[in-house]
Design a protein around this ligand. Sequence first.
Ligand SMILES: C[S@@+](CC[C@H](N)C(=O)[O-])C[C@H]1O[C@@H](n2cnc3c(N)ncnc32)[C@H](O)[C@@H]1O
Length: 302
Amino acid sequence: MSTTTAYPDIDESPFTNPFVHEEVRTYGIEEDHIPETLEDVSVQFIHPQGIVRDYLNKQFRLAEEKLNCPALVIGKDVWMSLTPMEIQSAWVPLQLAKGIVYTTGLGMGYFALRAASKPDVDKVIVVEQNPAVIRNFMAMHGKNPLVDKFEIYLGDGVEIAAKTKADVYFIDPYQTLLPSEVPEHIEYFRTHHPHFQGEAGRQHLDTAPIYRFWGQELVYASALYGTDIRLPDELKVDPEEAQITATSAYSIMTDADRAFLQHWMDDDEKNTMFDPCPDFEYIQQTVDMLTRITPFNPSVFR
Ligand SMILES: C[S@@+](CC[C@H](N)C(=O)[O-])C[C@H]1O[C@@H](n2cnc3c(N)ncnc32)[C@H](O)[C@@H]1O
């Protein structure tokens, strides 16, 4: 049931069926071994077939091979699952995970377990607000030796992030992609985390901890998409503003972000189906917030 297979490195594309199948297998929960429903939290299996949504595309063809994806259901809502888009959307933060990793919320524990599987991750601090989610996770994975690297706390993970020292943060309390709270959460982190306090603040961006939220790659891809002015006319994005946002986004992207987009672009058929976030103001605001907490990399423009 447990696994010691370390998370794949940057050369491995998450946009392939074998990658997705291997991640589901590594998670190690079989359909006939799921824990009983605890309060309103349960794990259920979904079996996507045919056309399945991919992280950066509205849809993408999945091979005929059957995929059994465990999913975390709270009440009647699916909060997390091991479908291709969920697995792909954890790839960049997992590439960046090192040292002390902070994540919120626990969900199915996929990100936390895969972060802990990396030899250069020493500790994974997990903050979850729902005690039944924690009990459900422990019923499934409590005996996994990777959990020895965990410190799990009950509470508001957005608030606690700003008070907790870590090297890499993965903020994922979200049920839907790019909800309106994302810029507020980044701003909360900046205005409360000790690293950004005092006059030095922005001057110390080069040593700032890494902040990632679920959906960040979509923000970058949407910002870059604007540069070619391929956004639909009705969005009426000022080309100059689009260029400024794209340049800012590109300058704060990590090598892992670039590798991720490169893996995706290697497949022409998939990348032409990209659907940028239609709310350009949201993209602009989020990129702007991120530039205040993220090191700028001038070398990418040479
Ligand atoms: C999308 S799931 C996280 C999935 C997780 N990244 C994984 O890999 O399985 C979101 C989780 O965040 C929790 N949550 C929502 N708001 C929260 C908050 N403010 N603080 C802590 N946990 C929160 C939910 O109960 C849920 O378990």
